[in-house]
Design a protein around this ligand. Sequence first.
Ligand SMILES: NC(=O)c1ccc[n+]([C@@H]2O[C@H](COP(=O)([O-])OP(=O)(O)OC[C@H]3O[C@@H](n4cnc5c(N)ncnc54)[C@H](O)[C@@H]3O)[C@@H](O)[C@H]2O)c1
Length: 312
Amino acid sequence: LKAIAVIGCGPIGQGWAQLFARRGFEVRLFDVSKSAAARAQQFIKSSLVDLEREGGDVSPGQSVTRISVAGTLVEAVAGVTYVQECVPEDVSAKAQTFADLGALTDRSVILASSCSSLLPDTFLDRPRFRERCIVAHPFSPPNLIPLVELVMSSWTSEPTLQKARDLLTGLGRRPVVLRKAVPGYVVNRLQAAVIAEALALVRDGVISPEDLDASMKHGLGRRWAFMGPFETMDLNSAGGFAEYVNKFYRDGYRAICDDLKTREPWAPDAIAQVEQWRRAELPDEQALLSRRRWRDRMLVHVARLVTGAENR
Ligand SMILES: NC(=O)c1ccc[n+]([C@@H]2O[C@H](COP(=O)([O-])OP(=O)(O)OC[C@H]3O[C@@H](n4cnc5c(N)ncnc54)[C@H](O)[C@@H]3O)[C@@H](O)[C@H]2O)c1
């Protein structure tokens, strides 16, 4: 049985651990906080049982037996082939963790970071054999969202990219490759553009927070759950993408693009309105937690639908 180490047991480490264990890997968890590791193990157990039951597994929770908590970093990485770092988004914490991981592991071991915003060159420069380091940025929760952004540092080698891509593909993920790092990578840039414009529309009194969410949920999101924006537009015009762009961009989208508010700071008024609506819906942490569980069960169903549709 191949072993993987997960370093840092917050929500992201917990998600990766579930994914690796479900796909048959032995998982070693390590966290500087013993209580965080213990809490994570509890949460992983109940979440795995929940999701495996939802997915129709005959013996839900069996994969939990493949997950253990290591007492030290040395113990966590002994004999592993891959390490997924999930410590907080802090450049010096990441740099120190990678320097330690580099010193403790053989050069054949891939060291991947869950980092979501730091440029890879700022913290992947120190480990021994830094060519085996790469950012593998997941989306929350990593066990249920298939996309992973593989972001190369200046030193990441092609064999490292290939090995990380093969491993993640084998785990049912869909890696995309960024050969050049840009702030926010790709998906968070797309998300930032959407959320900035959404808040501006609320601030300007164009739409309520509830109807804004409905616009994505019942409109754009319906198609974007199984096609990208380019394919969506390709299908929106009889002659395809270029025709759509030529016909509509000049007259319609051009004026919209000139009016977008994506570069404006997020308005406190709009943030307060969204928060007020959300807290009326989900008043406390308990309500948020149970809605998060609902989201995870929905993601299992969406994955099943989309995979079924792709195989048709
Ligand atoms: N939360 C998200 O939606 C999301 C999505 C994708 C990627 N990420 C990235 O994943 C990483 C982890 O995110 P999170 O939300 O789980 O973080 P978190 O802060 O909730 O948890 C981090 C855990 O790491 C532990 N830790 C701190 N220093 C450590 C060290 N040196 N060695 C071992 N453990 C250590 C902490 O005790 C804590 O339990 C971050 O880089 C984050 O940006 C987060």
